[in-house]
Design a protein. Sequence first.
Length: 299
Amino acid sequence: MKTTAANRGISNNKQHSNYITIELFKNALSNELGYAPEVIIGDSQLHRFKDKNGKLNGAYIMHLTGRPAGYFQCFKQGIKENWKLDGHYMPLSNFQRIEFSIEAHRQAKQRQHEEMAKHKSAAQKACYIWSQAALAPISHPYLVKKHIGIPGARLGRDNTLIIPLYNTNRDIINLQFISETGDKRFLSGGQKKGCFYILEGVTDKIIICEGFATAASLYENSGYLTVVAFDAGNLKNVAINIKSLYPASKIVIAGDNDLSGIGQKKALEAALAVNGQYLVPATVGHDWNDSLTVEVTHA
């Protein structure tokens, strides 16, 4: 067909209309998901895009033929929406739900494989670092500050303490690094869930707590086998794993008395999971290292 000024006007109007439609669709993604891709492609094909953390958790389909419409999803947030030009949302069709479910399953498997690879690499690195590290002296500033007199930690770069994390097979899986001032970090990509550090002792009762300093104080005052879970969110996972290793032992969860209430809540959840007991210090804002060392200091 011969191109005329009128034809060019029709084409330009259509392009302008598509641009507005795409911008409206992009705004819908931003409003509902909290993020959107820079470029929307209206080719009726499934496109994945990255969220604010750089993860491929978003997906969309945009139709520009006929009545403009589309749908989008965030796999992480569990948001699924169907969109049409007038701005109203419709439920996803069964076909769309199946299509997105397949994609969500595929992404979940991919993330699982990626996470396992990171865990394996971090475990290898942890074993090497631990094998090369010397025993930390009890004169280390953090140990002195926390009144810890037991050996076990090793010394890392920049005078950090190194605490190993083990799995139920007693393999080193990860490392925690504690600076002289108490700042803590783990190996990048390392597994923490369900992993622990043990101070060997009597196993009639087993004490599980959050931090290394807390565990050391409880161990020195009780003589019981004491386990470091490394944070409140890991207490339940560690309690279940320790109970599987020591089924005849009574489990006591020694939680922190947090201002937020998280330490108390997670300690209770862990105790219930293994039919155990839980204790928290009497003073709000304290852990057991705070409470026990204060008593020792003033004795």
